[in-house]
Design a protein around this ligand. Sequence first.
Ligand code: HEM
Ligand code: HEM
Length: 177
Amino acid sequence: MRGARSFHAQRYARGAIFFHWMIALLVLVNLWIGLVGGSMGVHKAVGITVLVLTAGRIVWRIANPPPPLPAYVAGWERLAATWTHRLFYLLLIVLPLSGWAMVSGAKRYPLDWFGLFPIPYLPIPPAVAGVGHEAHELLGLLMAGLVALHVGAALRHRFLLRDGIVSRILPSGRRTR
Ligand code: HEM
Ligand code: HEM
């Protein structure tokens, strides 16, 4: 029944909200630097940070499962959300790894974390670095497309359906109605 939307929305836990917005911000910064331009030193350090945060996020999520979607959400929407989120987690691991692999094969520039400490190269033969490069470009575009889809879905929930889905992951806990 799509009419009854005044449910007591179960919200994401604080930890999930923290991980979501930290990683979302860093991914947007890196998409910007990758597609528009900026410091590649920052891009690499931010990307490694995303990898580490995502590892933490996945472990944390296993111990803290997300709140179930409200009952009125249709089957195809559940399926779309589930697979978009799974693909996100996969990309959040494989995309930084492909970048790391690419620079590890080339060894053209020293790799460090915002100049504070060195990041080791992955033990990767130069031939694999080329694959990493191709993969990184492809996966980077896939990430950009998935973010567009995801933000589109959020806007649909907020402004068209006007249900409480977006407030589930907002830090303030504001309700849309
Ligand atoms: C830019 C990078 C972003 C990434 C990689 C990302 C990734 C994710 C992932 C993986 C989840 C699932 C959380 C879980 O159940 O484990 C999620 C949930 C969510 N995201 Fe994002 N997100 C991003 C940006 C955004 C933005 C900009 C918005 C809002 C405009 C947004 C709105 C939401 C909402 C509302 C949910 C909760 C969906 C639900 O209640 O099931 N996200 N996001
Ligand atoms: C959240 C993580 C990351 C995102 C979203 C991201 C995204 C992107 C995008 C969209 C591009 C442009 C691809 C193109 O040419 O069309 C790019 C390029 C690049 N990325 Fe990343 N990246 C991430 C992590 C990393 C990491 C961890 C490294 C290395 C440690 C890295 C190294 C590079 C390099 C060197 C390029 C330039 C490639 C070239 O020569 O064309 N990236 N990235």
